[in-house]
Design a protein around this ligand. Structure first.
Ligand code: GLU
Length: 442
């Protein structure tokens, strides 16, 4: 199923059976966004379609990033906004879900044009956003500088400072320490929580059953032998790679939209980023221990990366990369979904039968929005925390939501050995939204 919103609905409808009879009708409220703002941005004689989808605000203001990408569609923005509602809910932060997008290839714009596009986008949606209404943030191809232009434009319109209206800002104008690395850092935490549980619960999960991809060897490996392949080397993929390597795990492959590299003995993410920035792509950057040398590795395609024989696969780019066409060939027993929606419903079903454990996007990549929440809190109180304080709060929040998801997962597996962490996360997230819906609009 390649239509992103239909794919998101397929995951959502799967858990209808798990809800209380009296709750089922409330699920219907989540089947479409509450508001969809559509418009056009004119820039130098060209027109760019722009969207903001506000999915549900029962738990708090709409929250979610803005994406600049040539493949943005209305359906994609709607799907991403639905996932934001579920993500904020499972993360235990007081927000609903929203997402914005502009159909544009920002790499083809000059710096001045990018600024104009960002300001124009805010002029388009200004009356629909607000610190207590809808709080945008970065997403694919948008960054702190773009957030700075956006918040500046919003403040010009309303005539006063309002830093909490947008998160992911540069630190100098109200951003939070730790926000840049937060999504990758939270993803590494998610991975480590899972590895910890698998050791503890290995008997109960029957990970050595014939349907499973695991073998007992896996659990005797030191972290330096646990191999990781990461698709995507933007903010999320890079920080995941860097932090997980610093923790002693072995990142053997990373890629960007132009292709990837495979380095058997483990690559150096920092040197790889420097090399990418110099050459404009990751391919040909075979960097080990700060040295980039052709003899260190080889180039691979994005498709090959996904099918590598590694322990952990980390899709960190765009949606719909693991589909029914390649799911059977995915060898990694663990997938940490750092992108939003990288796995289609059909692929997830194939992988569940194989015993692959997927840490779902709505939990795995929730570190970003969680630190966005901490940024918003700091903006509202006008007092700013040190990075360790932010990191500690992120860890506490992620640990709590992981444990809630895990407990529900073990419960589901008592009746269905193919039950997934995604189902558990969706059930917890949806139940919380439904409780809020009932209190507000019974
Ligand atoms: N775009 C990120 C996401 O998909 C962050 C959203 C936010 O910080 O509001 O979760």
């Amino acid at each position: 199923m390649s239509d992103p919103f239909q794919n998101a609905l397929a995951f959502l409808n799967e858990i209808r059976k798990d809800l209380k009879e009296t709750d089922k009708s409330y699920l219907d409220r989540l089947l479409k966004p509450q508001h969809l703002i559509k418009g056009e941005i004119k820039l130098k004689g060209k027109k760019y379609k722009a969207f903001r989808s506000q999915h549900n605000n029962a738990l708090g203001p709409y929250k979610g990033g803005i994406r600049f990408h040539e493949n943005v569609t209305e359906s994609e923005v709607k799907a991403l906004s639905l996932w934001m509602s579920l993500k904020c809910s499972i993360a235990g932060i007081p927000y609903g879900g929203g997402k914005g997008g502009v159909v544009v290839d920002p790499k083809k714009l000059s710096g001045k044009e990018l600024e104009e596009l960002s300001r124009e986008y805010i002029r388009l949606i200004a009356k629909h956003i607000g610190v207590n209404k809808d709080v945008p943030a970065p997403d694919v191809n948008t960054n702190p500088q773009i957030m700075a232009w956006m918040v500046d434009e919003y403040e010009k319109i309303v005539g006063h400072h309002e830093p909490g209206v947008i998160t992911g800002k540069p630190i100098e104008i109200g951003g939070s320490k730790g926000r840049d690395k937060a999504t990758g850092y939270g993803g590494v935490m998610a991975m480590k929580f899972l590895l910890e549980k698998l050791k503890v619960n290995s008997g109960k999960l029957r990970i050595n059953s014939p349907i499973s991809n695991f073998n007992s060897q896996f659990f005797n490996k030191p972290s330096s032998q646990i191999t990781i392949a990461i698709q995507g080397f933007g903010n999320v993929g890079y920080f995941f790679a860097k932090i997980v390597s610093d923790e002693g795990f072995r990142v053997v492959s990373v890629s960007d939209s132009k292709g990837g590299i495979y380095v058997k003995e483990g690559l150096d993410p920092v040197a790889t980023l420097e090399c990418k920035n110099e050459k404009g792509k990751v391919a040909d950057c075979y960097c080990v221990g700060g040295v980039c040398d052709l003899r260190n590795g080889n180039t691979i395609s994005n498709d090959e990366l996904l099918e590598l024989d590694v322990d952990i696969l980390v899709p960190s780019a765009l949606e719909n990369v693991i589909t029914k066409d390649n799911a059977a060939r995915i060898k990694a027993p663990i997938i940490i979904e750092m992108a939003n929606g990288p796995t289609t419903k059909e692929a997830a079903d194939i992988l569940a039968k194989k015993g692959t454990i997927i840490v779902p996007d709505i939990f795995a990549n929730s570190g970003g929005v969680t630190v966005s929440y901490l940024e918003w809190v700091q903006n509202r109180m006008g007092y700013y925390w040190e990075e360790e304080e932010v990191d500690g709060k992120l860890e506490n929040l992620m640990k709590a939501s992981f444990n809630t998801m895990w407990t529900r997962y073990l419960g589901l597996r008592e009746n269905n050995k193919h039950a997934s962490l995604r189902e558990a996360a969706y059930i917890v997230a949806v139940e919380r939204i439904i409780e809020a819906e009932k209190l507000r609009r019974p």
